[in-house]
Design a protein around this ligand. Sequence first.
Ligand code: SF4
Length: 258
Amino acid sequence: MKELRTDAWVQWCPGCGNYGILSALQKALIDINRDFSIVGGIGCSSRIVYYLKGSFNVHTLHGRAIPVASGIKLSKPELLVIVSGGDGDILGIGAGHFLALGRRNLDLKVFIHDNAVYGLTKGQAGPTLPLNVKLKAMPYANVHDAINPILLAFVSGYTFIARAYAYHIRELKEIMKEAMKHRGAAVVDILQPCTTYNDLMTREWFEERIYYMDSIPDRSKLFEKMLEKEKIPLGIFFKEEKETFEERLKKAKLYKQS
Ligand code: SF4
């Protein structure tokens, strides 16, 4: 763990779910034991790149972590490349890139710190906040429908899709490791309380609703599980082997590794 720590001052609020995600990610990287690159966009969560010692971490532009990570992966295919960012960064401004990654099935891992708010810019509605919900820093209730990241990942073509919870570090670490071992585009939607701005989805709120699925749902139950709202299922929703983007490019003679 010490080898992965940096001297950077961790600028997250006390109790923020980002701490759990950082801790699970450190543990997963130790177990996986590969050279890695973490790429973050803009937001509280994207600062994770400063807190993990990796040779190739990048803090890039708002919503653009996926294209930057794609370039890294194509030029250094031996690296484990992870995109770590908030629901605002990945599913708001970066939504087009999120869809494109699913369609390509490039071997990247996307870890969404999903707290339903833009924390860094003081608590505006994030893409996963439900319609008509008003959080403490919002002048009026949300007028947008929420994005369902699991469903969006499925229709975009992701070949590994899971949901986890930031404060369950052991379970989160195991899900991250499964995503890291998967060959292709993987997404883990990590439910994360924002203790400063999201006064609805608190630790208590999540812990009254979440439960772990016994196994990966079969196709006949998949949509039911993805759309469940009263209770929130955690675990792996979907996993399949499919030709990766690198393989497609090689087949089309468009990819030369240096
Ligand atoms: Fe975490 Fe929210 Fe504070 Fe950002 S504003 S560090 S998401 S608690």
